[in-house]
Design a protein around this ligand. Structure first.
Ligand SMILES: [Zn+2]
Length: 338
């Protein structure tokens, strides 16, 4: 088969790779219905994370099960399934506590920008839909695999509850779906921080009540102004830079919560500032598996349409253009069809 391999900065190739097969009895092989490019794929693409050797790419996926190993009991061939970027057994103490991305047996999924994918720990990792979905549901079901689940975790970790004020730092796909998640959880005021018109528009569509274009100290001052001088009850940090993290912490009111899901790049926190801020911090790699059944249900029943973040759809073989479009901010997120 042909699959996606990153050779170095801005060098994405679609080339011959071994077709995955069952390696362990707990594996499943799925035929991809759709995959996509993640904002986090841009870190190595831009050379911010080093790529020491040609590296297969992709960790967002949904598709039809072709084959399962002899030890798989709950997933079977022919089902439409969705999984997340870490395979997990869903039975160990960390999984049971809802932190499947810290599973004692976790395995990273990193070869999904391809037509065929091997998924380890299939019983714990994959969730099957009731039926084969219609084609128009595919983008939203794919979004649940990572961006939607990650935005949801940001809001969950930030303790969003009905009536609360929420600020969202970051207007990438995760930030935008953080807005949608906060809306679903009943937030009253949702302030999206964004400078880009198309993203502001989508943020409003997903439930943002206010847009703040300022950043840094000015951005914090605007959030304070909009929340009667107190700061937001909940802040979702969806970028991962020093500036975005400080903006998030300083925008929260004393006693408020920050849910952070942007993969940190060079972020350092001052113990003293944290101590006096009285802010709760919770985040990390989103345990998307915890939320999959509920989010699939919301999509299936037409309650949410997170697939709207895909503003570019390309055939999988044009994956390099998909990366370019996101790198140049011509696209929020690229969906790839094998
Ligand atoms: Zn586990």
């Amino acid at each position: 088969m042909l699959g996606t391999v990153l050779y170095g900065p801005r060098d994405v190739r679609f080339e011959e790779r071994d077709t995955p097969t069952i390696l362990k009895p707990t594996d499943a092989i799925i035929r991809m219905s759709a995959t996509c490019v993640c904002g986090s794929d841009l870190w190595p693409y831009r050379g911010i994370n080093l790529v020491p050797e040609p590296t297969p790419m992709g960790h967002e996926y949904c598709g039809i099960v072709e084959e399962v190993g002899s030890g798989v009991t709950s997933i079977r061939a022919g089902q439409f399934v969705i999984g997340s970027f870490f395979a997990s057994d869903n039975t160990c103490p960390h999984c049971q506590a809802g932190y499947q991305t810290s599973c004692e047996h976790k395995e990273i999924i990193s070869t999904a920008q391809a037509p065929i994918l091997r998924v380890p720990l299939a019983d714990g990792t994959l969730v099957a839909t009731l039926d084969i979905p219609s084609d128009d549901l595919i983008p939203s079901l794919l979004a649940v695999s990572d961006v939607m689940g990650t935005g949801w975790f940001a809001a969950d970790a930030a303790n969003v509850k009905p009536g609360m004020s929420v600020a969202v730092v970051g207007d990438g796909a995760v930030g935008l779906l953080g807005v949608l998640s906060a809306k679903q959880m009943g937030a009253e005021r949702i302030i999206a921080m964004s400078r880009h018109e198309s993203r502001q528009k989508l943020a409003r569509e997903f439930g943002a009540t206010d847009i703040v274009t300022e950043r840094g100290d000015e951005g914090v001052a605007r959030i304070k102004e909009l929340t009667d001088g107190t700061g937001a009850d909940s802040v979702l940090e969806c970028v991962g830079t020093q500036e975005s993290m400080m903006q998030a912490i300083r925008s929260a009111r004393p006693g408020g919560f920050v849910g952070y899901v942007g993969v940190p790049h060079g972020v350092e926190l001052s113990g003293e500032e944290l101590f006096y801020s009285h802010v709760h911090l919770h985040g990390g790699p989103a345990p998307v598996r915890r939320f999959l059944p509920a989010l699939i249900d919301l999509v299936w029943n037409g309650k949410i349409n997170p697939g709207k973040v895909f503003d570019l759809t390309l055939p999988l073989e044009q994956v390099a253009e998909g990366y370019r479009a996101m790198d140049e901010r011509r696209a929020i997120k690229t969906l790839l069809r094998p």
